[in-house]
Design a protein around this ligand. Structure first.
Ligand SMILES: C[S@@+](CC[C@H](N)C(=O)[O-])C[C@H]1O[C@@H](n2cnc3c(N)ncnc32)[C@H](O)[C@@H]1O
Length: 156
């Protein structure tokens, strides 16, 4: 099973890239964690936001691997604690499908992405900035993996 994070935005601050790469590099081969960055639409003065959102959504859905389970990241999704997330990870591994995690841009996810979701995951009741979201996902999933595999990174 492979994890695929599909996120809007291609130019991240250096601290985001450094933190993300650190956690990404810790995943083992049998639970590889891939990042696919999708271009954000140009948001000019009179930008047509619903259209930009729909185009971002199309780009995200076309990056989803065939047959993948889709998990959208949404404030109103399911809040999983670390043991619950590690159970999800175990279920995903047993199910065998690869998993695509979708993170939206400044205005969130396109309606088509939300409609395509098999599961909706909330990291917090707070709205978080999208660069930070990818780092939190990488760390949370790595922690969930370490709990599942009795790795000392996670301590009770
Ligand atoms: C800046 S937020 C978008 C805010 C937008 N107003 C909305 O309501 O979705 C960018 C993306 O980060 C993710 N995100 C932000 N906070 C989150 C949270 N607490 N839980 C899960 N995902 C979150 C979502 O995928 C969201 O589309």
């Amino acid at each position: 099973m492979r994890l695929q994070l599909i996120a809007v935005g291609q130019r991240m601050p250096a601290w985001v890239t450094t933190a993300f790469n650190d956690y990404q590099g810790r995943f083992p081969r049998d639970c590889a964690f891939e990042l696919v960055e999708v271009a954000a639409g140009k948001r000019g003065k009179n930008a047509d936001i619903p259209r930009i959102l729909a185009q971002e959504g199309e780009r995200m859905l076309s990056a989803v691997g065939k047959g993948n389970r889709i998990v959208t990241l949404e404030v109103t999704g399911k809040p999983w604690d670390t043991p619950q997330l590690s159970k999800q990870l175990a279920n995903w591994q047993m199910d065998g499908r690869n998993v695509s995690l979708l993170v939206g841009g400044p205005e969130g996810l396109a309606p088509d992405c939300i409609a395509a979701a098999d599961q909706r995951w909330s990291l917090s009741a707070l709205t978080l900035p999208h660069p930070m979201v990818r780092v939190i996902i990488a760390e949370s999933l790595y922690r969930a993996w370490s709990l599942l595999n009795n790795h000392p990174y996670h301590r009770e």
